[in-house]
Ligand binder design. Structure first.
Ligand SMILES: Nc1ncnc2c1ncn2[C@@H]1O[C@H](COP(=O)(O)OP(=O)(O)O)[C@@H](O)[C@H]1O
Ligand SMILES: Cc1cn([C@H]2C[C@H](O)[C@@H](COP(=O)(O)O)O2)c(=O)[nH]c1=O
Ligand SMILES: [Zn+2]
Length: 188
């Protein structure tokens, strides 16, 4: 389990990245950390890319229906504009943001803000997804989570696309994706 920074005392900025396949628990872990921030009476703002309105327009929602209020933004620069007077910034679905998200996270951390980012590390082909490699490179703390392979029950690192549609961005749930281990991913 991730041991979070102390909630009291001098504020030092930091960047935490939570990554893994679909259904690995990234959003649940993000929500868990952010709810604890609220319990500690710290000020938090949560953002997600406007593209991701699968479950709810203004909430970050996990596959298990845990949720927390969030602000959908069109681009990463907007996060800088909206994240005023906060102790913590949470960002979900970071893979969909533009490349500038890396500098946005660095700027926030330099200002003393704790930044917690969740995102898919790989797309359905196994390629690194969007700005995630850069975010992982600058992270102070990385948590890699795994789902359970739906074929064999082993740990799953990759999100298998069940449809024949191409293109990196294709929103969906269990109708479109299932988590698989590498062996079962290669089997089809
Ligand atoms: N194959 C699976 N492996 C693990 N969890 C699964 C699987 N299928 C469904 N789930 C559910 O998904 C939840 C995680 O959802 P979520 O936090 O939204 O994941 P992520 O953001 O990584 O896609 C788990 O707690 C579990 O209830
Ligand atoms: C693998 C993969 C996923 N997506 C989409 C599908 C979902 O809408 C999100 C991931 O959500 P989660 O919170 O991690 O479950 O991303 C995509 O567009 N392209 C892909 O290759
Ligand atoms: Zn498997």
């Amino acid at each position: 389990m991730f041991i979070e920074p102390n909630f009291t005392g001098e504020k030092r900025g930091s960047i935490e990245v939570i990554c893994g396949s679909m259904f690995s628990g990234k959003t649940e872990e993000l929500i868990r950390r952010l709810k604890r921030v609220r319990i500690a009476n710290q000020r938090v703002e949560i953002f997600k890319p406007a593209i991701d309105i699968r479950y709810h327009e203004t909430e970050v929602v996990s596959h298990d229906a845990n949720s927390i209020a969030s602000t959908p933004v069109e681009n990463s620069q907007t996060i800088l504009l909206l994240a005023q007077d906060v102790d913590v910034v949470g960002i979900d679905e970071a893979q969909f943001f533009d490349a500038e998200i890396m500098h946005v996270c660095q700027t926030l951390a330099i200002k003393g803000i704790r930044v917690i980012v969740a995102g898919l590390d790989m797309d359905y082909t196994g390629k690194p997804f969007g700005p995630m490699p850069q975010l992982l490179a600058i992270a102070d703390f990385i948590t890699k989570l795994h789902a359970i392979c739906v074929k064999c029950g082993s740990i799953a690192s990759i999100s298998y696309r069940k449809t024949s549609q191409n293109g990196q961005v294709l929103l969906g749930e269990k109708d479109v994706y299932e988590p698989r281990c590498w062996k079962c991913f290669r089997a089809d």
